[in-house]
Design a protein around this ligand. Structure first.
Ligand code: SER
Length: 645
């Protein structure tokens, strides 16, 4: 049996032998990419190269990438979801190789006993893209044919099945199908998801996935009448994803071809281990089971009895350890907030298991991962101290939250009585208010001895979601408090406002900050005098005129020097290597260099700004723009508030 480390070594060696160069594992907290909190896949740091930039190490790359997916936090607790994982990836850039090399190679890696994992090919099922009429993207018959050939070589007659709905799964019967076609929901990959969700300038393409079948897992009808590779019952497990990245979303919503075709393949190391060990529970693999065993010791209970809490402890603390190793400390914003949330959720489960001493758990996690990440050993003392310190602060926060909530309840005549451990039933709105005020989750509130109606709580949360979106996943994208449509509209308005201020007040004006919510746009800039009513009216008038012209908005990755030469403005932070992400309002693509500035139509851009996005596709979406307030921030700084829509 191969260990996790041996799997990494085999994968790298397999692709190195086929001309690939190993690239470094990028930092878990991305450098110079303010659009995302954590690196969540191997392709993320490679976006500029997938868009066509030349990679210094060539056109064939391979690596193992530490990845964290914040959106999966709530899912952790079942046998397969993890927030932290390692992705084994290989890439073909600038049109090097494509489907006919990638699919046989990855199948060979998975099945070959010498060079790969030695999986039984009979246990593998594959999927491909069934096409997208709306976006004029054809069915991926080439992958289907290639898969047929590949299976044939292994003596398997693989039938193709188009599976857009579950009815068909029933009709064809799993025993007949081996190559399954699904639509964009399942077989299209981009960072933003399906084609419709992709912003202009985003690359994506059809993908082809490989699933491993655990025969001992019976299909659970809770997940649908029939089982098929993409069913969530646990019988099938996705282990590999080859994305054929060949399309680019355009500002008008259509798709064009990228300058060259790419392959972006990713497979989860932990999932490879599951398949290799034929173990459907990732927490029972040779990598994670020793941690579960340590937990059983500390908690004096068995995994069978308390699987969910144990999985949460193992996963959340492992993720937290890697995040601390990336030099993040618990806090109330961004990465630090996510770290705090993981630690506190993990602690709740640890306390539910009646655990008291965390140290052996931290030690066993570092032990499990040190083979592939010796850095964890180097930083061991710091990691341990950070976690124990956060535990102390959480303990204090719990005590003060409980006191304050009890006090609030007492005003309403609800008292705990003498038995301090008794459970208090509280109204859902108060429960929600308490979670918001003390930074606790609903589970944490329950662990303090309160019960409430879950459904009513969820409704309260929904009601307040628009107002209180400050979670870590909702990264402040260039001053954005969330990514709701109204906020994105406000973001585009700041670009227009920025240029309009320069038009009216002079080019010495520069943005110094912004904050955008669904309610309003806040924009800070340097200017020494109070703006007159006339100046404000002029600025407003220009922005409204640009809105009326319905100018297209798009971005390009441009060499940073060239962007400066074009006169791009903005907070200079959206650089990728030596290129920068530049948003244009008005103008056409590609831009002449140097770019004439002017009206914003007839091929001229009105605004050119360094920015990570996101933005609306046309300014007309903004409808109207009004400045509602001016503030003096001192030190030559002014602040404007405005509304759109
Ligand atoms: N980018 C794809 C994924 O994350 C394949 O690497 O699944």
């Amino acid at each position: 049996m191969l260990t996790a480390r041996e799997i990494v070594e085999k994968y790298i060696a397999f692709f190195e032998k086929r001309g690939h160069k190993r690239i470094a594992n990028a930092p878990l907290v991305p450098v110079n990419d303010p659009t995302t909190l954590f690196t969540s896949s191997g392709m993320q740091p490679l976006v500029p190269y997938l868009l066509g930039e030349k990679h210094p190490q060539g056109t064939r790359l391979v690596n193992v990438q530490n990845s964290f997916r914040a959106q999966d936090v709530e899912e952790v607790g079942n046998s397969r979801h993890t927030t932290f994982f390692r992705m084994l990836g290989n890439w073909s850039l600038r049109g090097d190789y494509f489907k006919k090399e990638q699919l046989p190679w990855i199948f060979e890696f998975l099945t070959d006993k010498e060079e790969g994992l030695g999986l039984d090919p009979h246990k593998l099922y594959v999927t491909a893209f069934s096409g997208d009429k709306r976006n004029k993207i054809l069915k991926d018959t080439e992958s289907g044919e290639l898969w047929k050939e590949i299976f044939k070589k292994h003596g398997i007659e693989a039938k193709k099945v188009v599976l857009e709905n579950e009815e068909k799964a029933g009709k064809v019967g799993m025993q007949d199908g081996r190559i399954f076609y699904y639509d964009a929901q399942k077989n299209w990959w981009s960072r933003a998801g399906v084609p419709e969700k992709m912003p202009a300038g985003e690359p994506g393409g059809p993908d082809s996935e490989i699933f491993y079948e655990f025969d001992e897992v019976e299909h659970n009808p809770k997940f649908g009448k029939f089982c098929h590779p993409n069913c969530d019952c646990g019988r099938f497990f996705e282990i590999s994803n080859s994305v054929f990245m060949e399309y680019l979303k355009q500002p008008d919503g259509s798709f064009t071809n990228l300058p060259a075709k790419n392959v972006d393949h990713g497979g989860g190391l932990e999932r490879y281990l599951c398949a290799h060990e034929n173990q459907s529970d990732v927490f029972k693999t040779s990598l994670l089971y020793p941690i579960i065993k340590a937990l059983e010791q500390v908690a004096s209970t068995s995994y069978e009895k308390h699987a969910k809490d144990m999985r949460i402890v193992v996963n959340h603390f492992a993720s937290a350890i890697y995040i601390i190793a990336a030099d993040v400390s618990p806090s109330n914003t961004e990465q630090g907030y996510m770290l705090r949330r993981l630690l506190r959720r993990g602690l709740d489960s640890f306390y539910a298991l009646k655990g008291t001493d965390l140290a052996p758990i931290i030690e066993s996690i570092v032990n499990a991962y040190k083979d592939t990440d010796p850095l964890l050993l180097e930083k061991y003392e710091h990691i341990k101290a950070s976690i124990l310190e956060e535990e102390e602060s959480y303990k204090k926060a719990r005590v003060s939250a409980q006191k304050a909530i009890d006090k609030e309840l007492a005003k309403k005549g609800i008292r705990r009585g003498d038995d301090l451990t008794s459970v208090l039933e509280i109204p859902a709105d108060l429960a929600f208010k308490s979670t918001a005020s003390y930074g606790l989750g609903p589970t944490q509130l329950k662990s303090l001895g309160y019960t409430f109606d879950d459904q009513a709580f969820a409704e309260e949360m929904k009601k307040h979601q628009q107002l209180s979106r400050v979670g870590a996943e909702k990264k402040f994208r260039g001053g954005l408090a969330d990514t709701l449509e109204k906020t994105i509209m406000g973001h585009t308005a700041t670009h227009l406002l920025h240029q309009a201020l320069r038009d009216v007040l002079g080019n010495q004006v520069h943005q110094s900050g912004s904050n955008i919510t669904t309610e309003r746009v806040r924009f800070d800039f340097n200017f020494d005098k109070k703006l007159t009513d006339e100046e404000i009216a002029k600025v407003e008038g220009i922005v409204n005129e640009k809105i009326k012209k319905n100018l297209p908005v798009h971005f390009e990755l441009i060499p940073t020097n060239e962007a400066f030469n074009m006169g791009a403005i903005g907070l200079f932070m959206d650089t990728y290597g030596n290129k920068s992400k530049i948003y244009f309002i008005g103008g056409s693509n590609p831009h002449p260099n140097p770019l004439p500035k002017g009206e914003g139509d007839h091929g001229r851009a009105y605004s050119i700004e360094f920015c990570g996005g996101p933005h609306v596709e046309f300014t007309g979406v903004l409808k109207s723009f009004k400045i509602i307030k001016q503030e003096n921030l001192g030190k030559n700084q002014k602040r404007l508030y405005a509304v759109v829509g």
